[in-house]
Each structure stands twice: as structure tokens, then as C-alpha cells.
Design a protein. Sequence first.
Lengths: 298, 306
Amino acid sequence: MAIRQLDIDAIALERASRRTWAAAVLRFARQKPLGTAGAVIVILMALAAIFAHAISPYHPLATDYKAQFEPPNLSHWLGTDSFGRDIFSRIIYGSRTALLVGFTASLIGATLGLFIGVASAYFGGRIDLLTQRIVDIFISIPLIILALAVVAILGTGIFKVILAIIVPMIPRAARVCRSSALAIRELPYVDAARACGFGHRRIIFRHMLPNVVAPYLIILTAFLGQAILLEASLSFLGLGVQEPTAAWGLMLQGGAEEFAESAPWMAIFPGLAISAAVFAFNLLGDSLRDALDPKLRV
Amino acid sequence: MLPTLLGVAVLVFVGMRLLPGDIVEVRLAAEGSWISQETIDKERARLGLDKPLWQQFVNWMWGLARLDLGESMWTGRAVSYEIGIRFQLSLQIAIMATLVGIILAIPLGTIAALRQDSWIDYGVRVFSIAGLATPSFWLGILMILMFLIVFHWAPPMVYTPIWRDPWANLSQLIWPALATGYRYSAVTTRMTRSSVLEVLREDYIRTARAKGVWETLILTRHALKNAMLPVITIIGLEFAFLMGGLVVTEQVFNLNGLGKLFVDAVRNYDYTMVQGLVLLVAFVFVTTNLVVDLLYAWLDPRIRYQ
């Protein structure tokens, strides 16, 4: 009987939490219209990336030398480039590249930063001092300069670009997560956990990490937009994703400037895609920050 | 300050030599023909890569101590010379971009804060978030597009120093400055807005209003003066990061500045050049930070007394 009662309680609890989840989403949508707009664009982009093969009318790499430099028309919605490739299809497939690079780079970068930051705050003392000096060194180099330096070491290509974006993100995430973790370290429950004789790993992972989730999520969404922008910049410089992969920055590099006067659509639409994506992630990140922690500025 | 720079020096040096394989082989292999071991060895000796790592490092650090950044592995000229001939151009764009940023940001941010949640506020916020999202290289391309299609005009391609012909100089450099400055202003506008908003809620503003101080005076004497502190920090920080923006905009406008030098160095595996430039950027960052700190103490007496 008692067991049945417990089961029912558990089910009720689960339902309630599901309902509050939906309610939280609804409340977010009502209070943060801008953030919701960002979320909608992000979801659309994700759908475009997942179903790229079904949506795009042409293969992104299919060249058609009879249809070079075609202005936007019914068969090529956004026109074609110097190889006769369909720009709309390439933008749709480009969202795969952007999201792949953006998500992997910022997820890994922010998570490694989270571990380093929390560990640094938890251990304190000399370890903290040393970590923070190293973080200082990395932070004194602008994002794109450090990423380019990594490219100079590793070379180009999609996975090397991801790595090049991760490197400058780690110290920035570590800095933010450390400052939140420092405040938590002083709270009684961490003392209590230590008094119970728990190991460092358990305290860090079970007691501290869950409480640094808010700044972590904020910095993660902030990184997403930056990572996409950074990938586009690197590809634009010819030092990121390489041809013939469909990537937005690359589309702007590949002759977009050369043919600017005769075929402006080549330069306009990929840039719009980059801006819309970064805009959406920034809106989402901003609203998330307001909702989770209004005091924190990244 | 010095430890950070020293750290950056060690970091780039070790980083550049972390991976196996060396630039001589990469570079000669790119030429496609068969190369004898003798040529490779000679080239290595020429670039000083035949010495053990620690000796290369000591040589480089000793050079740094005498403000000598070494020789470019690509052009063979001194890194400081290559930087020197391009420094003026990049510095001018950086300064103009900063001015564009400040001129746009402070009025816009203040108005947005004063009219919080009005359509002006929303307009300013969208403008600034868009500034963060628009890649400056795309903005540059759009500018060039507009000139070509609408005005049938293109910015001059050859660089003229400002004292020789200010008009020719500005008509070339104002566009990259605008393209970079927009992003700069976006960051600063957001900071100005939130900072003014915060200050307007302070008690002393209410006191000033209560004693009937003229609203304009409250804004200029009481609010703006106090709100500017964090804004100055952001301006300083962003100035140090302008170099990052220049990397792409110089490419678009085909300007031979430090940004282009850096991209070329990365393309050509020019280790000494990459090291020198990264160190320079870090130096600019550290000095601007110091200047901002000093400025802070000068502007805010509370900090001085502590």
C-alpha cells in the first residue's frame, strides 16, 4: 500500500514538473518576446540543418556552367554563383556547417572552462592563482587573433577550425564560472559536504557544478553566436572551412567581392544568413541572461 | 603587466613549435618539385631552425629584451620594420573606429536609457544587437557594393598619409573605420544604456530631483558623470580588441595594415611574424588596461583614497 502511494506521488510529481516546464516556456515567451523570436529563428535554423537534403532544391556542390551568375529567379530563388551553384541550397547546407562548428566549439569550450573555473575556485590558494595567471595570458589576446594563431599551428579544415575556436573560449568561460563558483564555495552546504568527508570530485561534480549552471548556460549561448561569427570570419579569410564545403563565410570569400557589381546577390544572402543566425543567438542569450541572472554581465 | 606579456611570449613560442613537421618542409613541399636534403638544411640554418629549441627560445627572448622581434621567416626583413611601415594605417583606422563608436554610442545609449521601453529604446537596442551580429567584413562588402552600384564610385586603392592629402586619406579609410566602428558602438551603446539606467535609480538622483535641480543638469552633472566609468572600461577593452576587427576589414578593403600582415603571416607559416604580432596585440591590451585603471583613479576619487 505504502509503495503504491509512493508510486502515485512520483507520477504526480513528474506530471507537475512537466506542467511547470511547459508553463515556464510559456511564461518566457510572454515576458521575453525578443528572446522568443531568437529561439524561433534558432529552431528554424536547426530544422533547416537537419532536413537540408529535403529542403534544398539543388545539391550544394552541383555546378552548372550553363547557369553561372543567374540573378534570383523562380528556379534559383537566391540566384547562382560563379560556378552556377544554387545559392539558396548552399545557404541551407551552410547552416549545417555553422551549427556544427558553433555547437561543438561552444559546448566543448564552455564545458572545459566550467570544469577549470569551478576546480580553480574550489581548490583556491596557489592552484587558483596559477590558473588565473594562465587565464590572464589567454584573455589578453583577442578571440580571432588567438584562433588565427591556432590555425597557423594546426592548419585549416573544419575540425581544426572547431579546435581553433575552442582554445580562446576556454579561458573566458573559466573566468566567468570561477567567479560564480567562488561565491558558492563559501556557502554552508559545501562546508557540510566537506565535513561529511566527501572527496573533491564528488563535491565539485555533485555540489558545486549544478549551482554554476546559470552562468554556464548564459555563457554557452553567448559563445554560440560568437563561434558562428568566428567561423564565418576565418572561412572568409580563407583560413577556416575549405572549398567546396558549403559555409557562409566561404561563400562571401569565393569571388563575392570580385563580382560584386555584376552579381550582388552572391554577397548579400550569405551575409544575411550569418547576421540572422548570430542575431538570433544573441537575442536568446540576452533574454536567458535576464531570466536567469539579471546581475551577471558577460 | 610584464608577467602577462612574458607568459604570452612563452605561450606563442611553445605553441608555434608544438606540432611536429616544420615550416621549411611545408613551404618547400608546396612548391611541388623534389627538394634535396641539402636545400632543406640550408634553409633551416638560414631561419635558425637547426638550433635546439631552448637555444631558439633564448635567442628570441634575448632579442625581445632588446626590443628586437627577429626577422620575418617569409620576407627576411625585420619584424619590427614590417610592423612599422603598417602601423600608422592600422592605428588611424583604430582611432577613427573608436571615435565612430563613441560618437554613436554615448548619445544613443543615454537616450535609450532615458526613454526606457519606448520605441526609441527598442530601436536603439535592435540597432546595437544587430551591430553585434553583423560581421564587419560583410558590412564592408555591402558598402563597396553600394558605392559601385548606386554611385559608380570606388574608394581609392592607394594609401596616402593623412598629412599629405587628408581628403584622399579619409575617403579611403573612413569606410573600414565605419564598418569596424559599428560593432564597437554596439558594445558601447549597450554598456552606456545599462549604466545610465543603473545610475538613474540611485538615491542621489532622487535627492537632486527632490531639491528641484533642473533635469538637464541632473543628467549631465549627476547621472552621466557617474555612468561613464563602466563605459570607459568597455571603450578601453574594445580598443585593445580592435585589432581583431581589423584583421577582417583590412582584407575587404584591401588595405595593407597590421591585420593583413597577420593573416599573411598565418598563411605563410611565418612563425616569427605571428609571434611578434600576437605579442604586440597583447602589449596593446595590457597597456590599455593600465591606462583605463589610471583613468579610473583619476575620475573616481573613491578609488584613489582606498
